[in-house]
Ligand binder design. Structure first.
Ligand code: PSU
Ligand code: MN
Length: 310
């Protein structure tokens, strides 16, 4: 089954890139609607697209406008979504609701991956994936399920440190999702470069990541590769400094009985307050860093596909 054209709108640039087999990098939009405050969200959306274009690739910001799934947005559309105050947070289970209600919404990592499956886009940059929550172990992000079942390359800065990282990595192992450290043996923890936890393999270049991905899929697996790219050193916050803020935010969320879809946005906002904006600066920096690496991977993937055809 596939979504009918009635509900999918591809931007001019994306349509062209798909037709000519040019490299494309997908971007999620929950980070715009729920992850960052205004006006930083729109600035970030534009900056990420610029970084991807500067690398000679085509950005495709994905999200819902008026109940249609947009694959690639023009500037007016980016602005609309970034300024929408009632946007849905759209994971895979919410696609039908967004369509039925004619809603505007930001797609999560899992939602964006589902869109990429429809559009045949193989590379995606985000900040941090969702995972297993600390205080409520049954709150497991649909991001993990999507990583287990949609074959593509997802670049992130690790999982958000607000999560139970060991449990999240165990789940990824169970679901056969390789966790690739980009130039590191350690799984980065979003705001921090260190977590004390190991990745499954350390690779040093976009070309090596592409060769690894090919081997993974040729082995018959349908899962994604999760590439973990540590936050740049200049903006990184040591784990020991972050931990008390994270515990504090988690405690407040429990006291206020915040759960489900609202939990991640609450924690991110509260941690930004507790770190006096420092965590948000780290967030912006790692997002741009991931967009750049994803673009380089998309280019390397295109080159390797060309060689295979020749
Ligand atoms: N990283 C951020 N801000 C965010 C998110 C990630 O810095 O807002 C979003 C991503 O879209 C991710 C989602 O897919 O949070 C996870 O939400 P949940 O835990 O409810 O699945
Ligand atoms: Mn959740």
């Amino acid at each position: 089954m596939t979504l009918s054209d009635e509900f999918i709108v591809q931007s001019f640039d994306v349509r062209r890139a798909l037709k000519l087999s040019l490299p494309i990098v997908a971007l999620e939009s929950t980070v715009l609607t729920h992850g960052l405050p205004r006006p930083q969200n729109l600035e970030l959306a534009r900056d990420m697209e610029r970084v991807i274009r500067d690398e000679g690739t085509t950005p495709a910001t994905i999200g819902f406008l008026d109940g249609s799934l947009h694959i690639g947005m023009n500037d007016t559309e980016l602005e609309r979504l970034s300024n929408e105050t009632d946007a849905y947070k759209v994971g895979p289970r919410d696609f039908a609701a967004a369509i039925t209600h004619g809603a505007n919404g930001g797609t999560t990592v899992a939602g964006t991956m589902l869109a990429c499956k429809h559009a045949n886009i193989k590379v995606f940059a985000t900040g941090g994936i969702g995972g297993v929550h600390r205080e409520s172990p049954f709150d497991i992000s649909a991001d993990l399920q999507a990583l287990a079942s949609i074959p593509m390359i997802v670049v992130c800065a690790g999982a958000k440190a607000i999560l139970d990282l060991p449990a999240t990595l165990e789940y990824l192992e169970t679901m056969s999702v390789p966790v690739v450290g980009y130039g590191t043996d350690e799984f980065p923890a979003f705001y921090s470069r260190e977590s004390g936890l190991e990745v499954s393999i350390n690779l040093e270049s976009p070309e090596d990541i592409v060769s690894f991905a090919r081997a993974h899929w040729e082995a018959g697996l349908q899962s994604a590769l999760l590439v973990a790219n540590p936050v740049p050193t200049t903006e990184a916050i040591p784990k020991s400094e972050m931990e008390p803020h994270i515990e504090q935010a988690n405690k407040e969320a429990q006291e206020k009985k915040i759960h489900g879809q609202a939990l991640t946005p609450f924690l991110l906002q509260r941690i930004s307050e507790l770190t006096k904006g420092r965590s948000m600066r780290a967030n912006l920096s790692l997002l741009l860093n991931n967009a750049r690496l994803a673009a380089q991977i998309a280019r390397a993937l295109r080159t390797s596909e060309r060689h295979k055809l020749a």
